[in-house]
Design a protein around this ligand. Sequence first.
Ligand code: BTN
Length: 262
Amino acid sequence: MDLDQHVAALSDLPLGGVRYFPQAGSTNDLAMDWANQGAKDLSLIVADEQTAGRGRNGRTWYSQPGTSLTFSLIVKPTLLEHRSIGLFTALAALAVVQAVRSLPGKMDTKIKWPNDVLVNQHKVCGILTETTWIGDRVEQLVIGVGINVCKGSVPSGEILNFPASSLEELAHSQIDRMVLLHSVLLGFLFWRQHLGKRSFLDAWESSLAFMGEQVKIWSLHGSAQLGTIIGLEENGNLLLKDALGNKFSVSDGELHLDHLGQ
Ligand code: BTN
């Protein structure tokens, strides 16, 4: 599919601007450059292929031509939104979940805290949010989203940090990447109005993967905490309880399933 011809399909959305690249290094890098040059709120970079896509914690994110939905959205948060600045990644995840749920086929679509979307327990989407600051205020966010749409989008023979798949494989039907992108953006606009509200947290919590299950959270420094997921805190922290029933929360880290021995 030639994404270029379809960018016009987004013209009904209140975007700050749209730039399409058949090939990019990382859409997050292009978006950050554009943001620094004065891009408006909700400006969007879409690429068919990334040659230097980045994931969380220094990982590589693969985007082969014609196979995935790869984009970065620039957000200039309002004063009110600054209170919920840590929730923008979840906002994007909720938008992806809503869009995937509107696809044909009954797929179990959940958010693996903090930033992955799982379909039938396989990772199909990763989100990388990057920010620039002025003093103690976030000036702008770049929310980078990579969705495995076609089979070729899932790297084979690579060490994945979680079992991965693509939407087409799981839905058993063809998916139009531009229709999906439109739907994700609509969801983003919708949930942005709810950011930080109870309705937002309820929607996120009800989409949370592994609720009631024992998981391991690896910190960025390499230490692990074992606990059972019991929900979310208002600030987006994951709430767990340990073997003795004591509650604790984590603000960052990587979630692994304990039974996979990871
Ligand atoms: C992860 O799961 O570790 C996050 C992956 C985020 C990938 C997206 S693809 C679009 C944007 N550009 C990048 O270089 N990364 C993000």
